[in-house]
Write a new protein. Structure first.
Length: 214
């Protein structure tokens, strides 16, 4: 249990290193006071420009990759490797912990992003075959509706379906993807309210059915 606790804590702390807030402090801005108020890559892109937004995206994806690729197999002094701890469950637990850290960062008053970019990094590291359906479904929904939040939530549903098709007997992975999808939907609850009220912003440049200017 010591290995599990230590690595989950490290994964969580890794997740708290939000690209938007770290880079924002270097620039002297807090994007949580701008745009949608979210500390994720989408709001960073909208309020600070493409370069800033893509740097934030890269950082948030990278920490998801790192938490899954490196952390579960790392050997720390006085901790060691627990032979009774299933490696897959540990890997997936670290993946979820880094996502939670991104959404609820202790250093930033538990006000973080919504976890989408970090989910991409975790999924890529856990099972690369799941990445194409995740990204493709996100893009298709975005083009059809213009809603980033809706695209993110439905890509989670596509992720679960992809696991069911590609890894039908992998209970641990299926459980992980279901939990992550539910968590992502929860983090987008504000988007759901705004969409139902017709107040959610759309990415008009990519929205296929946007109203044409007269």
């Amino acid at each position: 249990m010591l290995e599990l606790g230590v690595k989950l804590l490290i994964a969580y702390l890794l997740g708290t290193l939000l690209g938007s807030l770290i880079l924002g402090r270097l620039r002297g801005v807090d994007i949580r006071s701008m745009g949608s108020g979210n500390a994720g890559a989408t709001n960073a892109l909208r309020t600070q420009g493409k370069l800033f937004g893509f740097l934030v995206l890269g950082i948030d994806i990278a920490k998801g990759l790192f938490a899954v690729w490196w952390l579960p197999g790392a050997v720390f002094p006085a901790v060691g490797i627990d032979p009774d701890l299933p490696r897959q469950w540990l890997t997936l637990a670290c993946g979820f912990a880094v996502i939670v850290g991104h959404v609820y960062p202790v250093w930033f008053r538990f006000r973080g992003g919504k976890g989408a970019a970090t989910v991409v990094g975790v999924v890529a590291a856990v099972e690369l075959r799941l990445l194409p359906p995740l990204l493709l479904s996100w893009f298709v929904v975005l083009v059809l509706t213009g809603y980033v939040g809706l695209a993110t939530m439905l890509s989670g549903v596509a992720l679960v379906a992809a696991v069911y098709v590609l890894e039908p007997n992998n209970v641990a992975l299926l459980t992980f993807c279901v939990v992550v999808t539910m968590f992502v939907v929860y983090t987008h609850r504000g988007n759901i309210v705004r969409m139902l009220a017709g107040q959610e912003n759309r990415v008009r440049r990519l929205w296929l059915f946007r109203p044409r200017a007269v």
